[in-house]
Design a protein around this ligand. Structure first.
Ligand SMILES: Nc1nc2c(c(=O)[nH]1)N[C@H]1C(S)=C(S)[C@@H](COP(=O)(O)O)O[C@H]1N2
Ligand SMILES: [Mo]
Length: 260
């Protein structure tokens, strides 16, 4: 699909979504109160008594705002705009570790038996060994990783461009999403425009060395255009799809697009 068609489809989606939101069941007074309380979950709890009086309805309203946000972010995403890069001297040392568990529970993946599973809308569903991924042209980038928990750090990642990999497997580049499964049962999914962005790397290296286990061995998807939780570590399987899938943190309320 050409970028202009992609943008037009999204523009229509934005208008439809905005119209639905404005005519939706959220009454004006409740809407004002909702905004005044800063759209926090705590604030939502205080809303009992108004017409959004059950948490399922309030949650649904919030979800709708978040999905609207995804649409707008997808629409505004400029596939040719590059995230800032930094000199090696600015790399954060030690680079922080983060996961939904502690560092002692990092999964240990065996390099020799590892195979990346590739399914969905791809011509070639062969599993990939690490040396095959290393045979693709390698790129190195020093970029800033931003975590929603309030920290950011500069790191150096290397590996093939995800775009080159998707082309190598004959992926349908007009499909909407790419989803990921990880060795620690983490999962997430991204929009195809970001998958094809020139700075989106299938990172095999950190700071010139194979990714240490804590940073996602054997491989993570590194996207300087997205927040930390959208960058899956320890990827074991990926799938190209037109069906929307969420993610580990997204299922707990984080915004799906997660642009940074
Ligand atoms: N497989 C997996 N990937 C993950 C996570 C995780 O828990 N498991 N956490 C995410 C979050 S919230 C952040 S901030 C980054 C942390 O990456 P780092 O350990 O390289 O700093 O990994 C992201 N990817
Ligand atoms: Mo994060």
């Amino acid at each position: 699909m050409s970028p202009s068609i992609w943008q037009r489809d999204n523009a229509e989606a934005v208008v439809t979504e905005a119209r639905r939101m404005l005519s939706g069941p959220l009454p004006q007074a409740a809407r004002r109160q909702f905004l005044r309380r800063g759209l926090t979950l705590g604030g939502l709890a205080l809303l009992s008594g108004c017409r959004i009086d059950d948490s399922a309805t309030a949650e649904a309203a919030l979800q709708r705002v978040s999905r609207f946000n995804d649409t707008v972010q997808g629409w505004l995403f400029d596939a040719s705009r590059l995230a800032p890069t930094y000199p090696d001297s600015m790399i954060t040392r030690p680079f922080p570790f983060n996961a939904f568990y502690g560092e002692s529970e990092v999964p240990q993946v065996d390099a020799d038996t590892y195979r990346l599973e590739v399914t969905g809308l791809v011509a070639d569903k062969r599993r990939w060994r690490l040396d095959e991924l290393r045979a693709l042209p390698q790129h190195t980038q020093v970029t800033r990783h931003i975590c929603v928990e309030g920290w950011s750090a500069i790191g150096k990642w290397g590996g093939p461009r995800f775009r080159d990999f998707l082309q190598a497997v004959g992926a349908d580049l007009g499909a909407r999403y790419v989803g990921f499964q990880c060795a620690d049962n983490y999962y997430t999914s991204i929009d195809m425009a970001t998958a094809l962005h020139p700075q989106t790397l299938l990172a095999l290296d950190w700071d010139g060395q194979p990714l240490p286990p804590r940073y996602g061995f054997p491989m993570k998807l590194r996207m300087p255009t997205k927040l930390g939780y959208k960058n899956p570590k320890h990827i074991t399987a990926l799938f190209v799809s037109n069906t929307f899938n969420r993610g580990y943190w997204e299922d707990q309320g984080y915004n799906w697009f997660g642009g940074s």
